[in-house]
Write a protein that binds this ligand. Structure first.
Ligand SMILES: NC(=O)C1=CN([C@@H]2O[C@H](COP(=O)(O)OP(=O)(O)OC[C@H]3O[C@@H](n4cnc5c(N)ncnc54)[C@H](O)[C@@H]3O)[C@@H](O)[C@H]2O)C=CC1
Ligand SMILES: O=C(O)C1=N[C@H](C(=O)O)C[C@H](O)C1
Length: 251
């Protein structure tokens, strides 16, 4: 069987270098390009890449995707920064290249995906919910893409269950003290030396607290998810938002 021809963008970074190792070690894949900042994307075409893994920066990812989709190269994207506007733009590009698939994965960690899934299920049972994400101090953005996605999924589940806004009598606070408001869910971001990537979802109701916590202790923890995305993306034309769609969670 022929091997999947894979390129990694952001290959010199914390995640990219780990992905280069993981793809190189996968028996069903061949690493055909490893690009860093300033490298010519035409190399993806000359190398015959079938799938490009993007682990770059929110400022770079859209240009990379525009190129890949235009050339029919499937995308597996871990890079953060996907607003509704960006997703709409991506859908437009994909509509013009209907055989191409792009996976946007806010988090490749299997446990992190399960945390989002379980948080969505728990959301309708609790009056209050807050999210605390905790990361290494080199992280470019806050709140994390995972925390934003988790909050959006929780907010959607609360709306479907017709829950009212959460109770919060705080009327005086230093700006930022109550975190960022993501669709009505407060999200708090910690940046601390020694951390990698962690998230707590705190649910509360009368006399009861329910906490979901996930810890990525190293970047190797993301690699099974990256490889799963690479293996599945060509069979999923269009936009796939979240690795859970490749995990058969309801099966
Ligand atoms: N979805 C997930 O599971 C995960 C996602 N991330 C996200 O992945 C992204 C990268 O994270 P890190 O590896 O920690 O960052 P990093 O800063 O260590 O690496 C990013 C690399 O991309 C390079 N780069 C920047 N622009 C580029 C371009 N146009 N073309 C090619 N390379 C370019 C930089 O030079 C750097 O080497 C961030 O958005 C982060 O939030 C990080 C960990 C897990
Ligand atoms: O920058 C990171 O490190 C991470 N970024 C992603 C995010 O913003 O959610 C995924 C994970 O949390 C690690």
């Amino acid at each position: 069987m022929s091997k999947l021809r894979v390129a990694v963008l952001g290959a010199g970074g914390r995640m990219g270098s780990e992905a280069v190792r993981a793809v190189g070690a996968a028996e069903d894949m061949e690493l055909v390009a490893a690009l860093g900042r300033g490298d010519d994307l035409e190399q993806l075409v000359s190398a015959g890449a079938q799938v490009a893994v993007d682990l770059t920066h929110p400022d770079a990812v859209m240009a990379n995707l525009e190129f890949c989709v235009r050339h029919g190269i499937h995308g597996v994207v871990g890079t953060t920064g996907f607003t509704e506007e960006r997703l709409a733009q991506l859908r437009t590009w994909l509509a013009a290249s209907p055989a191409t698939g792009v996976l946007i994965a806010p988090n490749f960690g299997i446990g992190a995906v399960l945390t989002m899934h379980f948080a969505q299920q728990a959301a309708r049972f609790f009056e209050s919910v807050e999210i605390v994400e905790l990361h290494h101090p080199h992280k470019a953005d806050a709140p994390s893409g995972t925390a934003v996605r988790t909050a959006q999924l929780i907010a959607r589940a609360r709306a479907e269950a017709e829950l009212p806004a959460q109770p919060d009598a705080t009327s005086t606070a230093l700006e930022g003290a109550r975190g960022a408001d993501v669709d009505g869910v407060p999200v708090h971001a910690v940046r601390l030396r020694g951390l990698v990537a962690h998230q707590e979802v705190l649910f509360g109701d009368e006399g009861e607290i329910f906490t979901l916590r996930h810890d990525s202790m190293n970047r190797g923890s993301f690699m099974p998810g990256v490889l799963l995305g690479i293996r599945r993306v060509s069979g999923a034309p269009g936009l796939t938002l979240g690795l859970e769609h490749f995990m058969d969670l309801d099966g």
